[in-house]
Design a protein around this ligand. Structure first.
Ligand SMILES: Nc1nc2c(ncn2[C@@H]2O[C@H](COP(=O)(O)OP(=O)(O)OP(=O)(O)O)[C@@H](O)[C@H]2O)c(=O)[nH]1
Ligand SMILES: [Mg+2]
Length: 195
């Protein structure tokens, strides 16, 4: 079983990406379970995902990297026991720190073959976010195994280069993919990174 954690700020496109990845894995014939931690705003909830035919578990309000850590670990155990999927995709809230979520997965007692963090950022609000919350974004992206710059379909000239430059300075070792989770543009390169 492989676990993927989608780490990215509010509205960066985690749920949109989650749906694309789930569909890709289903096409590959792999059993996929989705674990979402909705923050109580608009968004795709567990019921919607189940209606799409996915095994989806929704965790209630609160953050899985802090107040709901026990709930997360119980949910992972239940997924292993009841669903026994090939892949688990976890979407924490946009305020979660993915490396904390990863530690919780490691300590949950489930047996995994690998746990990966996908960092996701979007062209729409990157500048604003960095001007206001740069330290948080650094911590949020710090554990990412690779990074997606999402919403390329609405990028203005220079925006993608600006984000690449920031990552190049802060995290020169991280591989970056420029994608649109919405239109599917360049998603093949992301699928290529996934087990
Ligand atoms: N243009 C464009 N819009 C996108 C893309 N990906 C996501 N969106 C839109 O951005 C908004 C937020 O996307 P979500 O997938 O819900 O983002 P999220 O990270 O799950 O948001 P939270 O769970 O609320 O933190 C939605 O209106 C999406 O349709 C993209 O590639 N291009
Ligand atoms: Mg979401």
């Amino acid at each position: 079983m492989f676990v993927y954690i989608l780490g990215g700020f509010l509205g960066s496109g985690k749920t949109t990406l989650l749906m694309k990845l789930a569909s890709m894995y289903t096409k590959r014939g792999l059993k996929t379970a989705l674990l979402v931690n909705e923050s109580g705003e608009i968004g795709v909830d567990g019921a919607t995902l189940r209606a799409e035919g996915y095994d989806a578990i929704e965790l209630p309000d609160g953050c899985i990297c802090c107040s709901l850590s026990g709930t997360l670990q119980t949910a992972l155990k239940n997924i292993e026991d009841d669903i026994d999927p090939d892949i688990i995709i976890v979407e924490p809230t946009g305020l979660a720190l993915p490396f904390k979520v990863k530690d919780l997965v490691i300590n949950s007692g489930i047996e995994t073959e690998g746990i990966y963090i996908i960092g996701i950022t979007d062209v729409e609000r990157f500048s604003l976010l960095i001007s206001k919350k740069e330290e948080f974004i650094k911590r949020q992206m710090s554990g990412a195994d690779f990074v997606l710059i999402n919403k390329m379909d609405i990028a203005k000239p220079g925006q993608i280069d600006e984000i690449k430059a920031w990552f190049g300075k802060e995290f020169p070792e991280k591989e970056i993919f420029v994608i649109s989770a919405k239109t599917g543009e360049n998603m093949e390169s992301v699928y290529g990174m996934m087990k």
